[in-house]
Structure formats: structure tokens, C-alpha cells
Design a binder for this molecule. Structure first.
Ligand code: GDP
Ligand code: ZN
Length: 307
């Protein structure tokens, strides 16, 4: 039987089979994934083979893990050398942010975009709480809208409270597995509650999952959308870990820089002080937004890797 991991708590997994049935499953004791030091080798979104253990209790044993299309990791808190896989097989990633209460910085957005580029996951920026925006925020949105559109990213406005922009958002989510991230306070939970039918969460409880005494809110979880498609919620995780990007590669993850890289005089240019740098020239000529270049410099500066 093939299934998809909908929730992972470390040793137990909630798995959905092809016909929509849910199983509480464990990895077979002897299962080892080579090369992974993770204590938690499976993540939400993983596809697995499983064998039924108990049809009444709906428990199963996971016997095989399918190859992943992609996955995102974060550094284990407290163990810098260890990584946890947060989610696998993601079609796109949405950053929920806002221009007010609490204001999201462009630096944060650009770090998110760079990470998504590095993972090869398409991303969209969703600005919530548009009902609170005054002239200043509207101008900022127009500026970002123009800038990100030119770089190749979609940025959209929603108001969960006024239920504005949600239809457009649901269109983007339709038929895809989408990861939702965002700082706390931006309205991510409100958004999830607004787009998911309550019914679904209740049904989930009946399966006995909550009876296992697990805290249901602190683990990544997949939710089925009524119109098709799924969202992955990662409670408590504001941003996923930046994979170790060598300084010389960082510009590859800024699409507007990537297309100009081979015009630099030196092929190991990191676009700071080198002569004949096409990126700096493009900034001066207004071809690359200065604010994006500033984000680039900040990320470069925060990387501990030497060059
Ligand atoms: P989370 O931490 O990202 O999950 O954020 P919550 O969903 O808990 O929301 C944080 C606060 O923002 C709550 O007080 C919500 O009522 C409020 N909020 C959420 N969406 C909106 C919105 O569209 N407009 C306004 N004005 N407030 C919102
Ligand atoms: Zn350069």
C-alpha cells in the first residue's frame, strides 16, 4: 500500500493512503536511510510503502521510502551539524508576510526567496492585513509589486479578516502541494482556518491520533484543500534553514543577477569590489534594484563561509 505522510511526530506518522484512509504508522525498526544522521528520517510529504499491521486500529508499518523530488531542512536547534527535514515533495512555497503589525522586512523576504531558489521551489509572496494599510503601505506595496514582478516573483495582497484576495490565493494553491511559512503574528493560522473546512480537523481527531497524547500543534502537517491540492503548515518554523550556499554561488539565486553573471570580468567575482563587475554596473544603471543588491550584500555578509 502506498501512502503520503501527513504528519510526523518523530516516531509515529500519520499516513494517508491512496483512497483517503488515514493510518498511524511506524518505520520498521531496522529501517536505515544511508547518509542521513537525522533522528527523524521521514518528513511530511514523503511517499512511502506500508504494510497493514492492524486493520481495526488502523496501524501500519512503513517499509519503504520513495525518492524525494525535493525537501527542505532546518538546522536542529542546539545541534548545528544536524539537520531536520521539515517537508518533502513540495510544488511551491508561499511566504505569508505583512506590511503592518508586524511589518516584514525586505531582507527577510529576499532571504526566503534565495532559499526557495536554492531548493528549486517556486515561491509567491502573500501580504496579509491589507485592511490595515494606509497610503504609506500602499506605496510600499506598489514599489515591491513592480520590483518583484520584474525579478519574476508574484506578490499579492490579501486580508483574511475581510476575506479579500482569498479566491485568488486559492487558485494559486489549487492542485499543488504548497508550503506556507511566515513569522508569527502575520496571520498564517487565521489564513489556514479561513481556507480549510473545520470538518477536516475534526475527522482527523477521530482516528485516535490525539489519543496518543501528542501535541498536535507543534509538528509540520499537511492539510487537504477542498478544491484539490494541499497545504503544508510548519508551526513554529519561521523560516527554513538556508542551505550552505558558497559565497560565489549566492548571486545564482537572485534571478536578475544570475542572467548577468557571465558578463563579469572575473569568473570568481562576488560582486563587491571587483573591477569589471557586471552586477554593480547593472545596479548603477538601474537594471538591478539597489534594494535587492543590498539584500545580496547582507546575506553575503552573514554567511560564515570564507571566500
Ligand atoms: P500567526 O501567528 O501568523 O498564525 O497569526 P494569527 O493568525 O494568530 O494572527 C495574528 C493576529 O493578526 C491576530 O490578532 C489576528 O486576528 C490578526 N489578523 C490575521 N489576519 C488579519 C487581517 O487580515 N487583518 C487584520 N487587521 N488582522 C489580522
Ligand atoms: Zn561581478
Amino acid at each position: 500500500m502506498i501512502g503520503k505522510i501527513y504528519k510526523s511526530t518523530g516516531s509515529w506518522y500519520l499516513v494517508r493512503d491512496d483512497s483517503g484512509g488515514f493510518w498511524n504508522a511506524r518505520l520498521r525498526g531496522s529501517y536505515k536511510i544511508d547518509g542521513l544522521t537525522s533522528s527523524n528520517p521521514l518528513a511530511v510529504g514523503d511517499m512511502v510503502d506500508m504494510e497493514i499491521e492492524d486493520n481495526i486500529q488502523q496501524t501500519a508499518i512503513i517499509t519503504e521510502i520513495h525518492d524525494r523530488k525535493n525537501y527542505i531542512i532546518r538546522q536542529s536547534p542546539g545541534h548545528k551539524s544536524q539537520h531536520n527535514i521539515i517537508a518533502a515533495n513540495i510544488d511551491q512555497s508561499l511566504l505569508i508576510a505583512t506590511l503592518k503589525e508586524p511589518k516584514t522586512s525586505q531582507g527577510f523576504i529576499d532571504r526566503f526567496l534565495v532559499t526557495s531558489e536554492a531548493y528549486h521551489i517556486p515561491s509567491t509572496i502573500v501580504l496579509n492585513k491589507s485592511d490595515l494599510y494606509r497610503e504609506k503601505e500602499r506605496e510600499k506595496f506598489e514599489y515591491w509589486n513592480d520590483m518583484y514582478a520584474r525579478v519574476g516573483y508574484k506578490i499579492m495582497l490579501i486580508s483574511v479578516i475581510k476575506r479579500e484576495g482569498l479566491d485568488e490565493l486559492l487558485k494559486i494553491l489549487e492542485g499543488k502541494t504548497s508550503l506556507l511559512s511566515g513569522h508569527s503574528g502575520v496571520g498564517k493560522s487565521s489564513l489556514i482556518n479561513a481556507i480549510l473546512p473545520l470538518q477536516q480537523l475534526k475527522t482527523r481527531d477521530v482516528s485516535g491520533w490525539s489519543g496518543k497524547g501528542m501535541h498536535t500543534t507543534t509538528f509540520a502537517e499537511i492539510h487537504e484543500l477542498p478544491g484539490g491540492g494541499q497545504i503544508i503548515d510548519t508551526p513554529g518554523i519561521r523560516e527554513f534553514g538556508l542551505v550552505d550556499i558558497p559565497k560565489r554561488e549566492l548571486a545564482h539565486y537572485f534571478p536578475e543577477m544570475r542572467e548577468r553573471l557571465n558578463e563579469c570580468q572575473f569568473n570568481n567575482c562576488i560582486h563587491l569590489n571587483e573591477p569589471g563587475c557586471a552586477i554593480k554596473k547593472a545596479v548603477v544603471e538601474g537594471e538591478v534594484f539597489e534594494d535587492r543588491y543590498i539584500s545580496y550584500c547582507k546575506i553575503l555578509d552573514s554567511s560564515d563561509e570564507r571566500y
